[in-house]
Design a protein around this ligand. Structure first.
Ligand code: ADP
Ligand code: MN
Ligand code: MN
Ligand code: MN
Ligand code: MN
Length: 358
C-alpha cells in the first residue's frame, strides 16, 4: 500500500514552550458538539484550582459560524457538564465538555444530551451500563483511506482485522497515542483493535453508567480528531466510507441493567429486546445518517428494514453474546447504530424504549 506524505505538527519544537511556567493560570479547552456531528473547541485562561462543572463559567460562541444559530441571533451558550485532565497540554490544564443552549434558555437543536440526562436520572435505579464500540476510518488529506493506492484498491479483506505487520495496518501510532491520551483523561477505554477494512480501527469505551457514556464517547472522539490532526491524518466516522465489498463502520452499543446482570437476567434481556422490536424504525431514525448504505444484511450487519436478534449472530440487529446465553444473564449488543451516530441519542432512545419516556 502506498503512503501519502504526512503533514505533522512540530511537536518536538513545542516541548520547550510546554515546560514554561503558567504563573498560576490554567487553560480550559471548552468542547462542544456542532451541527455536523463533529466537535468544536476554544480555549480560555482561568485561575489555577480544581474545577467541577458547576464551578466553571458559562461561556458562548458564534453559532452562525457553526450552523447552530441564525446570524441575527447568533450567541449560543456553553454550559459545562464534565471536566477532564488535558492530555494534550498536561499540567493543570483541563478539557471542558459543554452543552449548547440558546439565548432563550432552551437547549440548542443539536443538544441531544439534555433530554437523555433526564431519562438517565429518572431510571437511575436500574443502574444502566453502556459499552460503545467506535469504529472509524483514517483518511489522507485527499479523503482516500490511509495507505490505499491512489488509483486502485488494496487486496481483499481478510488479513486486516486485528492485523499485525506492514501492509496490514496503518497509523498504529495514532491508535496508541489516542489510547494513552484517553486513559490520562480518565476515559474508560476498554480496548482497541484493527478492523476488517484496511485503515479502519475501533476503540471501545465502557462500561459507563448512564449519561457518562455519551460524555466519555464524545470526549474520546474529540481526542481522536485532535491527535490525528497532529499526524496530518483525517478521521472519518462515515458508516460506509467505501462502497462495495468493504465493511462499513458501526457504533455497536452494549447494554445491561442491574436486573440483566443478576441471576435470571436473561428474562429481562428478552423483555427488553421485545420492546426494542416494537420501535425499530424510531431507533433507526436516530442511529446515524447514511446507515442504509451499511445495514445491508451483508458485511456482519442486519438489514435496515428488519428487526432480528440471536445468540452470537453478527448478522442480526441485536446479538446476545454466547457467554451471556450460557450463563443466563449479562448484557446484549445493539449492532444497528452507525459510527456517526450520537451516543446521547442512542443511549437515550434505548432507555426510553425499555423504561418509558419522562
Ligand atoms: P465485540 O465482541 O462485539 O467486538 P467489544 O469487546 O469490542 O465487543 O466491546 C464490548 C463492549 O461492551 C465494551 O465496551 C465493554 O466495556 C462493554 N460491556 C461489557 N460488559 C457489559 C455489560 N454488562 N453492560 C454493558 N456493556 C458491557
Ligand atoms: Mn472574533
Ligand atoms: Mn468490538
Ligand atoms: Mn468492530
Ligand atoms: Mn461488537
Amino acid at each position: 500500500m502506498a503512503t501519502s506524505p504526512p503533514l505533522v505538527s512540530q511537536a518536538g519544537i513545542l516541548q520547550k514552550y510546554f515546560s514554561l511556567d503558567q504563573k498560576g493560570t490554567l487553560i480550559a479547552e471548552y468542547i462542544w458538539i456542532d451541527s455536523e456531528g463533529g466537535t468544536r473547541s476554544k480555549s480560555r485562561t482561568l485561575p489555577e484550582k480544581p474545577y467541577k462543572p458547576e464551578d466553571l463559567p458559562i461561556w458562548n460562541f458564534d453559532g452562525s459560524s457553526t450552523g447552530q444559530a441564525p446570524g441575527d441571533n447568533s450567541d449560543v451558550y456553553l454550559r459545562p457538564v464534565a471536566v477532564f485532565p488535558d492530555p494534550l497540554r498536561r499540567g493543570p490544564n483541563i478539557l471542558v465538555l459543554a452543552e449548547c443552549w440558546d439565548a432563550d434558555g432552551t437547549p440548542n437543536k443539536y443538544n441531544h444530551r439534555h433530554e437523555t440526562a433526564k431519562l438517565m436520572a429518572a431510571h437511575a435505579a436500574h443502574e444502566p451500563w453502556f459499552g460503545l464500540e467506535q469504529e472509524y476510518t483514517l483518511l489522507d488529506l485527499n479523503d482516500r483511506p490511509y495507505g490505499w493506492p491512489q488509483n486502485g484498491f488494496p487486496a481483499p479483506q481478510g488479513p486486516y482485522y486485528c492485523g499485525v505487520g506492514a501492509g496490514k495496518v496503518v497509523q498504529r501510532d495514532i491508535v496508541e497515542a489516542h489510547y494513552r491520551a484517553c486513559l490520562y483523561a480518565g476515559i474508560k477505554v476498554s480496548g482497541t483493535n484493527a478492523e476488517v477494512m484496511p485503515a479502519q480501527w475501533e476503540f471501545q469505551v465502557g462500561p459507563c453508567v448512564g449519561i457518562e457514556m455519551g460524555d466519555q464517547l464524545w470526549l474520546a472522539r474529540f481526542l481522536l480528531h485532535r491527535i490525528a490532526e497532529d499526524f496530518g491524518v483525517k478521521v472519518s466516522v462515515h458508516p460506509k466510507p467505501i462502497a462495495g465489498d468493504w465493511n462499513g463502520a458501526g457504533l455497536h452499543s452494549n447494554f445491561s441493567t442491574k436486573e440483566m446482570r443478576a441471576e435470571g437476567g436473561m428474562a429481562h434481556i428478552e423483555a427488553a429486546i421485545a420492546k426494542l422490536g416494537t420501535r425499530h424504525a424510531e431507533h433507526i431514525a436516530v442511529y446515524g445518517a447514511d446507515n442504509e448504505k451499511r445495514l445491508t444484511g451483508r458485511h456482519e450487519t442486519g438489514a435496515i428494514d428488519q428487526f432480528t436478534y440471536g445468540v452470537a449472530n453478527r448478522g442480526a440487529s441485536i446479538r446476545i453474546p454466547r457467554e451471556c446465553a450460557a450463563k443466563g444473564y449479562g448484557y446484549f449488543e445493539d449492532r444497528r447504530p452507525a459510527s456517526n451516530a450520537c451516543p446521547y441519542q442512542i443511549t437515550g432512545i434505548i432507555m426510553e424504549t425499555i423504561f418509558g419516556p419522562v
